[in-house]
Design a protein around this ligand. Structure first.
Ligand code: C2O
Ligand code: CU
Ligand code: CU
Length: 582
């Protein structure tokens, strides 16, 4: 399995260079799928056992091969001593099947989601999502691919024989201590692996080969390309096929993102070695992976991350070209599928979100970071979205580092970055979008099919350190019937004047809640807006019992201005103004 090749480099240094055969996860398909989350031990380094976590094995998990419109009944057994969850990243499933932080699986318990696969053919993935432990459980090893197939994709001349001309590649960097134990969290992740294989080698037939790339790293962004300068052809983004193959020399992939690519090895000589690289030296500062992950060296001198692979070009893995298979595909198709983005004119609402630092320094790498100036609170629903709403989310990154923003439930279409239409590789269906420092990205999406007023969906940064640190929010999709329930609530609420007013930097806002109809406690939302109507913060967003409440609004990070606070319960809305003077 492991070949050891020793060679001399520059005639000075003798290095031991080993290539390890790429691990290819087993597959599971059919209606009944069993996943056992378990502890394991895996040989990342020859002769050294590292303790890991995996699904149905020591590391990673089996690739689930699903068909669109099929029903699937999944049993996830938790054999760990720790509570966890499993989330089907990118898939359009109901909130209770989504596996977010609310849907915990206790040790020894089995979770049994079941759903009809509604997604287009594409590459999705599953991973744990327990609040504050996502990074630990993913970095220790639990992550698996989901390949969805459909008729539209089946009609195209594309490689699709798993493990022969169609390979899943999860790219990760990890940190190992001196005992070769995995360190979580860490900014010293300099060990590069593909499918848990360090220095991976894969034999590829001399023809068109499809790779399903997934960035499964905690934090690192990759800039994928080939060392021989040849082109790669992107055929799918997060949510499935794009309209035609996109010819690229570099493909940027941030945590959580997927891309399917074709590489044409038919002109390569047998025995030829081609390296899949990450050209991180080409990254501008302000991206985790660049020399200075902060915006520029001046701002982040204190936070300079001395990770040896930051800002360098490094191998992800190598391909060794071997003879072709029977019935090889030898050319890149010219057209794929019709992609019909949602139209901006069909949007029902624009929501403005901000990604904020909790304070200016000292740690611009790990945060903590906030969304709309608040940290994740399991008990606060940040947005209530009417079922079938088409929405534009406009997200402004006010921090000095790029964040991969991910939303559950839906695929979206990027409208623009700082007003400029996205590159072809970002024009398809997406569920993760990297938002660079000081950039505003707008996307459009539709919240269809699933409503649930008890289990919410998540949106968050997919840098797992940031997500665990609270850079996450949640939304409920509700039907108009749910909204009518709220309308039945008696209108005896009262929003009192805040005190002090004017204030600096904080003020107290109080309100009174009467008992709701039918013993149902009303859903209370108290939000702060600026005078342009942009939401600044959600102070309250949950069901509350009758009573008098007081919350503190802290405006340390905000400029002198008039602000508006609004209490909303069903169709009861009361708004008041307050003045921050610094
Ligand atoms: Cu891949 Cu909410 O996550
Ligand atoms: Cu997700
Ligand atoms: Cu982030």
């Amino acid at each position: 399995m492991r070949q050891i090749i020793t060679f001399l480099m520059l005639g000075i240094t003798s290095i031991l260079f080993s290539q390890n055969k790429l691990l290819i996860p087993d597959t599971l398909s059919g209606t009944n799928i069993n996943l056992n989350l378990q502890y394991g031990s895996f040989e990342f380094y020859p002769g050294v056992q590292t303790s890991t976590m995996g699904a149905n094995g020591d590391i990673l998990g089996p690739t689930l091969i699903l068909k669109k419109n099929q029903f699937v009944d999944i049993k996830v057994k938790n054999e760990l001593n720790d509570t966890t969850t499993i989330h089907w990243h990118g898939m359009h499933v109901s909130a209770e099947n989504d596996g977010g932080p609310h849907t915990t699986i206790a040790p020894s318990a089995t979770w049994n989601p079941s759903f009809t696969v509604l997604d287009k053919a594409g590459t999705y993935w599953y991973h744990p999502h327990l609040h504050e432990k996502t990074n630990l459980h993913v970095s220790k090893g639990i992550a698996g691919f989901i390949i969805v197939r459909d008729e539209e994709e089946a009609a195209l001349t594309l490689p699709r024989t798993y493990g022969v001309d169609d390979f899943p590649l999860v790219i990760q960097t990890k940190t190992f201590d001196a005992n070769k134990d995995i360190v979580v969290p860490s900014n010293a992740d300099s060990v590069v692996m593909v499918n848990a294989t360090i220095d991976a080698e894969l034999e590829v037939p001399a023809q068109v080969v499809r790779f399903r790339l997934l960035n499964g790293s905690s934090q690192r962004v990759f800039n994928v390309g080939l060392n021989n300068g040849k082109k790669i052809y992107q055929i799918a983004s997060d949510g499935g096929l794009v309209s035609k193959p996109i010819e690229l020399t570099r493909l940027q992939l941030s945590p959580g993102e997927r891309a399917e690519i074709l590489i044409n090895f038919s002109t390569s000589a047998p025995g030829e070695t081609v390296y899949l690289m990450s050209y991180a030296s080409e990254f501008q500062n302000g991206i985790y992976g660049a020399t200075y992950p902060g915006m520029n060296s001046m701002q982040t001198l204190n936070n300079y991350n001395p990770n040896p692979i930051n800002g360098t070009n490094f191998n992800l893995m190598q391909f060794k070209v071997v003879s072709e298979t029977v019935n090889p595909i030898k050319s890149i198709p010219t057209d794929l599928v019709d992609v019909t983005p949602l139209l901006e004119s069909n949007s029902d609402v624009t929501r403005n979100l901000t990604l904020n630092p909790v304070q200016r320094g000292p740690n611009m790498l790990n945060g903590e970071f906030l969304i709309n100036n608040v940290s994740f609170d399991m008990d606060v629903i940040n947005y209530t979205i009417p079922l079938n709403n088409t929405e534009i989310w406009s997200i402004t990154n006010q921090t000095p580092i790029a964040h991969p923003f991910h939303i559950h439930d839906v695929q979206f279409y990027i409208l623009d970055r700082n007003g400029v239409a996205p590159e072809p590789s970002e024009q398809g269906r997406k569920d993760v979008v990297i938002i660079k420092a000081q950039e505003t990205v707008r996307f459009i999406t539709k919240f269809e099919d699933f409503a649930d007023d008890s289990v919410p969906y998540m949106y968050h940064c997919h840098m797992l350190t940031h997500e665990d640190g609270g850079m996450m929010g949640q939304f409920s999709v509700v039907t108009t019937t749910d909204v009518k329930d709220d309308l039945a609530v008696p209108e005896k609420f009262e929003l009192h004047q805040n005190y002090p007013n004017p204030f600096n930097p904080s003020t107290k806002i109080s309100y009174s809640i009467p008992l709701g109809a039918n013993n149902k406690y009303p859903f209370v939302s108290l939000k702060i807006y600026n005078i342009l109507g942009s939401e600044i913060a959600t102070l309250v967003g949950k069901e509350q019992q009758a009573g008098n409440y007081q919350v503190t609004f802290n405006a340390t990070e905000l400029p002198t201005a008039m602000y508006i606070y609004q209490l909303q319960v069903g169709n009861f809305v009361q708004t008041k103004k307050m003045m921050l003077i610094k």
